[in-house]
Design a protein around this ligand. Sequence first.
Ligand SMILES: [Zn+2]
Length: 262
Amino acid sequence: MPVSMPPASAGMETDRVNDMEEMKTEQLREIIEKSKRIVFFGGAGVSTASGIPDFRSADGLYASEEENGLSPEMILSRSFFYLQPEQFFDFYRKHMLHPDARPNAVHRYLYELEKRDKLRGIVTQNIDGLHRQAGNIRVYELHGNVYENTCMECNASWPMEKILFSEGIPRCDCGGVIKPNVVLYGEPLEKYVCIGARREITNADTLIVAGTSLTVEPAASFIGDFRGKNLIFINRETTPADKQATLLIREDVAEVFRELSV
Ligand SMILES: [Zn+2]
């Protein structure tokens, strides 16, 4: 016999799930009010509401065939940058630069928390610079950001526009190649950024992990430094660390923060 749900009970089921998620958001609001040293650890899911797609997600850039079947991880690697700089920059311009992206509900709420002196730091895997754009100061950008670019010959700094509006390989006035200050696959994370991020996580009373599948190392292992009371995960998908969470919200992070802002 085919199993089918009558529409009425399916609706009730959805209502119940929504009520539960709403209750959890209220729980999160209470935790935030009681906390004094919150750290926010965010991944690609934080930026999707700003129109920046997650290049690692299943329906992300893997689907595109223009890149000759190369995965984004291959193209965005240190060795590819040196071997095929032209192709690297074509891909980088097309998929990594989002000059029109603006902070969303998550960035704005976190800015308010920093102003209220509740937020000790934001640790992010994103390179879009949106937390700084929102006004936050204590931001640890583990993978760098697209707004900082340096000439590999003379170390001159260049804005993102220089790369955006150049063709082929972007070059400095001195003729050197301009390299974005983003951490490519195969490159180590900046030591001082890691030290700062780990220090904040270690000293936090509440750690909110959001919009990340926690699969990118070494960033994922940072969560293990947390010694505080509330470990909150907000993610639509399951993560390997879900069982560690003291509060698990299976919802879109921007949605949750929009509710919190009301
Ligand atoms: Zn130069």
